[in-house]
Structures are given as C-alpha cells and as structure tokens.
Design a protein around this ligand. Sequence first.
Ligand code: 48F
Length: 259
Amino acid sequence: MKLDDIKISKAIIEEYMDELMDYLDVDVAIGGGGPSGLTAGYYLSKAGFKVSLFERKLSIGGGMWGGGMMFNKIVVQEAGREILEGEFGVNCKEHEKGYYVADSIEAASTLCSKACKAGLKIFNLISIEDVMIRNERITGLVLNWTAVEMAGLHIDPLTIRSKTVIDATGHDCEIVRVVQRKMGPRLMTETGEIMGEKPMWADRGEASLLENTREVYPNLYVAGMASNAVYGSHRMGPIFGGMLLSGKRVADLIMEKLR
Ligand code: 48F
C-alpha cells in the first residue's frame, strides 16, 4: 500500500479529537499520572466508571521510574506487594523479611499499561491549571497544554466536567493548592488549609497515608503524596506500597460515593 502523509495526519487529528470530545464529561478526572493516580484510575476504570487522567509530562509514571536516587528499584511492604504483584503481576523479590523489591521500569510501565487496558483514558502533556466550582463543590477541571504553560504564553484554557476529581499531583498537591487560593481556608483539614509535608520518615508516612486519602473539599479527593502534604504528614521516599494502597482506597471511596 502506498502511504499518504496527509491521511496519517488526518487519522491522528480525528481520533484524538473524537476522544477529547468524548471525555469532556466524566465520572472521575485524575490529576497526575504517578503510582497513586494510575492505581486509582485502574480500579475505577475496571469497575466501569468513565475516568480520564491528565499528566503534565510526556511520560506517565511520576516519581516511580527513578527508584531511589536513580537506583531504579522500588520497595514495597506486604500490603503493597498484594497490589503490585497480586493485582498488576509485577515481579517482587523478598529482599529481607517484609521488604519486597521491584524493578521500577517494570512497575511504572505495567501500571500504565494495565490502567490503559482497564479503560483509563490518559491525556499526557496537559496541565491542570484551575478548577471549576459551583455552589462550593468541584464540578470540573481547567486545562491547558503543558507547552503553553512552559512557554508562558497568554492563552486561555479549556474546561472539562467531572463528578469527582482526584488530586494525585504528588508533593505539590497542585489542585488542592488552587482551591485554597481561590476559596480560602475551607479545606476539610484541621486548619482549613494545606498543612504541609513533614520530613522523611517512611514508617510514619506510610502509616498515615490511608487515613489521609480522603475528600478534602466537596467532590475533590487527595491520593498519594498529595494526601500527606495536605494533611501534614511525613514523606516516605522510595517505598511505594502506600502509593498503591492510597490509589486503591481513593477508588473505593469514590465508587461508594458515585454508586
Ligand atoms: O509525584 P508522583 O509520582 O505522585 P504520587 O502518585 O507518588 C509519589 C511518589 O512518586 C514518590 C513518593 C513515594 O513514596 O514519595 O514521590 O503521589 O506523580 C505526580 C504526577 O503529577 C503530575 C506530575 O508531572 C507527576 O507525574 N502533575 C503535577 N502537577 C500537575 C500534574 C498538574 N497541575 N497537571 C497535570 N499533572
């Protein structure tokens, strides 16, 4: 078959636009394609919800690729292994009792692949710059191309509607930060504000993460490192079990709410 360059362009543009149109109105919109966002997207999509995920960067996987200080291994504890190996099929080696090691490349690529196959629609190279709020509830997201953001171009964004939103943007908890900036101290935290991340302490950080994975403003949930940053708990470095468990927990909470 003789290839027509213009037909290739047409295929890409039409298919992308069709999908973008289809995803203007979703059940759940996830900000951030790290381990917590991908896990949440996987479970919600698998349960039949319409879910989109927006990732600022070209690659999906967030802080998982680099392991600890670029040694591309991650550690999970038993509960995390049940998801990483049990659900996703990523090989986990017991290094010593209770400490399982996985290859970060296998982990990040498998999470991404399984989430896509479960039905999660991932849009990369798009940044969430704002939220839509009606009657003090989150009703959607405000999006722009990352390239626009990086170039500092003065170009207005577009919006999507979503019944619920997950902030899985990691340490910076960017979506919650926008809500705080626009709405003042109205978050469902002790102070009404973002409480801020505490220093590295794997044990405490992991232990508090599930409790901190919750609704923080009507229709807005936090998952992963964003949860500990919002609720004032510790960072935990290259142990990733909590991220997976947090992704599953936020999915369970949203399923309960939407059903
Ligand atoms: O940082 P990230 O991997 O978040 P996570 O799922 O996992 C944290 C761990 O990687 C690690 C850790 C483990 O113990 O502490 O840090 O909580 O992924 C967050 C993703 O969100 C994207 C960002 O590029 C990254 O890939 N992101 C951040 N802000 C935005 C965004 C935004 N405004 N719009 C779209 N994507």
